[in-house]
Design a binder for this molecule. Sequence first.
Ligand code: AMP
Length: 284
Amino acid sequence: MEVIQSISDLREKLKSHRDNGKSIGLVPTMGNLHQGHARLVESAAEENSITVVTIFVNPLQFNPGEDFENYPRTLNEDIEILENLNCDYLFFPKNDEIIERRSSDQALIKAPQISRILCGKSRPGHFDGVATIICILFNIICPTTAYFGLKDYQQYLIIKKLVSDFRIQVGIKGIETARDKNGLALSSRNIFFSSKELKIASQLFFSINEISKALHAGNKNFKILEDKAKRQLSIAGFLPDYCSICHANTLNPADSNDKDLVILVAAHLGSVRLIDNLRVFLNH
Ligand code: AMP
């Protein structure tokens, strides 16, 4: 694997692969890699001739007071993980290689309407920052296919819409969430939990699983199910942000005729904001 910091070096390498008809799989990350990221890299490597992973802690997607400074940065460990995953290039650019020094000078993409609800409501501008960086990476790398985790389900839908609205020629693939043995979705921020908090954290998946079971059993009292989950989370020690049962494609609040649903949840535990979701396909 080659570690590359400059845009021109990466462009040059990838151009020669493209000229030779090779497909390029891209996995954008913010580093501190874990088994969840590994799944994305494995899929990219399986389905493409060349795999590029990017590590960039994107300041544009953090709001003031969020954990940009403290975000875990573990380059050496990340390189070791990627060396064992058939990754061909790690692109690890410096901030000013990618964006303007002063964020107010930076052109920003306005993410589509579905970016204003759920996480976008609590983190204004977050998805504009995500969309901007993803577009910049697409412009540099011109991947055949880019891989995103379904753990960040709202982000995944926004990126699919972005690519479709801007006619960007790239395939977008969503990869299932990797979880620990208690169901907690793996996340770079889990390292901030004490062992006691780690046990509590798995309640998040438990709560959405309970909703999923109720939906499968024919319960369509969406608001009651959402409120019950939020109460359970509060009792467990979380500060819930939202728990919403939505249509899986539009993220509109679920209607009783909808069959393709997603349950999305976000809650704070200690200093960490956790998100998770579960797809539900109903046949009644
Ligand atoms: P991040 O480094 O947190 O920005 O994540 C980079 C990519 O990995 C995003 O597409 C995430 O959705 C994905 N990802 C993060 N955690 C997981 C997980 N537990 N399972 C699958 N994908 C994940």
